[in-house]
Design a protein around this ligand. Structure first.
Ligand SMILES: *Cc1c(COP(=O)(O)O)cnc(C)c1O
Length: 394
């Protein structure tokens, strides 16, 4: 065995930088209130926007699919890993997103890497990316052969300058990628302006709707529907791991995009497909989204209430427009301390530190769901006020 003592040094370094992470352990069903590390807490951390984790119809769909198709596929999609459920899900996700076709891939993360890697195959290609895009888009850029050009967060003037650069004009292919809803700040990308700038310059637009699908736009259809831009965005990425509470991602776009990706996208070709239970969960989740609009309404009512109360209390909650509400702290140690103090008060909200956010932008990130009761949110706000005062944040 080799000497791996360097890991001890690395861990010590992470600890001195307040970057060492030990995951909390959930001990019962994930809900607005659940048990973590032995304590019952109000959960403000999850992407379970519509409380799909605990929906009886979704749970029974997973059980029924397991009985009919078995536990797993034991193969990649292109071998024997495509069941009729997978086919049905892709048709219905395309309908959800208003596109010709969709392709389900292992995760949202690999959907982003798959598209960037499959479309951007030459140093003559350019990938244009918002500086706050998700890590999976950054890794997608690394796996692509394209030249990367980064614009300041949602800065449309800077984007225009980049788009007018000769190397962009002369590129073989141009792809702009943006998060639909930015995962750490909760703001929505300026998609109308992006489309306006990109369309006349023959730049493909790709929007990653991980935090937007099921959450914004009519029936939670995402950023494109939110802005009424159906048919104007080339590629939409969705995740099945957040509002759908299962696991997986998808690429929605033209039939040709799907046909091409099916033959070349490396995660699709070389990693096994979703178990039938997961696929059935997502199909049932779509039914819930269409048939129970009261969930989306409750999500937004809760969002407005919680955001307003935190603001009234004097917290800096950034410029979020969605159920993701950051509570800015500006220091790793203090952010972790606030999180620990809230936990003692029965509220679970995690500190987000460098490198997930830039240094000085450390924060607690909160997410409310449709499952929170008013009394949960009132209790959470009271705890925030108490701990925030003790730490001198308000
Ligand atoms: C969570 C997230 C992903 C990754 O999705 P998974 O399905 O969890 O792999 C991709 N992009 C953004 C913007 C995200 O927030």
């Amino acid at each position: 065995m080799a000497n791996m003592d360097f890991l001890k040094d690395e861990i010590a370094q992470l600890k001195t930088e307040n970057r060492f992470i030990e995951p909390a352990v959930l001990e019962d069903m994930q809900n607005a209130v659940c048990t973590i590390n032995g304590k019952k807490v109000i959960n403000l951390t999850s992407n379970n926007y519509l409380c799909m984790t605990a929906h009886p119809k979704v749970i029974s769909a997973a059980v029924e699919a397991t009985k009919k198709y078995g536990i797993g596929t034991a193969a990649v999609r292109t071998i024997i890993g495509t069941t009729s459920l997978h086919e049905e899900l892709e048709k219905r996700l395309a309908e959800f997103k208003g596109t010709e076709a969709s392709l389900v891939i292992q995760s949202g993360f690999t959907s982003n890497t798959a598209v960037c890697q499959s479309l951007m195959t030459s140093p003559q290609d350019v990938l244009i990316s918002d500086e706050l895009n998700h890590a999976s888009i950054i890794d997608g850029g690394r796996l692509s052969k394209a030249k990367k050009l980064i614009y300041r967060h949602s800065d449309m003037q800077h984007l225009k300058e980049i788009l007018d650069m000769p190397e962009v004009k002369q590129a073989r292919r141009r792809l702009l990628v943006t998060d639909g809803v930015f995962s750490m700040d909760g703001d929505i990308c300026n998609l109308p302006e992006i489309v306006k700038l990109c369309a006349p310059r023959d730049v493909m637009v790709m929007v990653d709707d991980a935090h937007a699908s099921g959450v914004i736009g009519p029936q939670g259809r995402g950023t494109v529907a939110h802005f009424g831009l159906k048919g104007k965005v080339d590629i939409q990425i969705g995740t099945l791991s957040k509002a759908f509470a299962a696991i997986g991602g998808y690429v929605a776009g033209s039939a040709n995009l799907k046909a091409y990706m099916q033959s070349v996208a490396r995660p699709f070709l070389f990693s096994s497909s979703h178990p039938p239970a997961v696929v059935a969960t997502c199909l049932a989740g779509l039914d819930v989204i269409y048939n129970e609009p009261e969930r989306l309404k409750k999500l937004w009512d809760n969002t407005k209430f919680f955001k307003e109360e935190l603001k009234k209390a004097g917290f800096d909650t950034g410029h979020s427009e969605t159920p993701i509400t950051p509570v800015m702290v500006g220091d790793s140690a203090k952010a972790k301390q606030l999180s620990a103090m809230l936990f003692e008060e029965g509220v679970f909200a995690l500190a987000i530190c460098f490198p997930t956010v830039p240094r000085g932008k450390e924060r607690l990130r909160t997410i409310v769901t449709s499952g929170h009761e008013l009394k949960d949110l009132e209790k959470a706000v009271a705890a925030f006020k108490k701990c925030g005062k003790e730490l001198g944040l308000i």
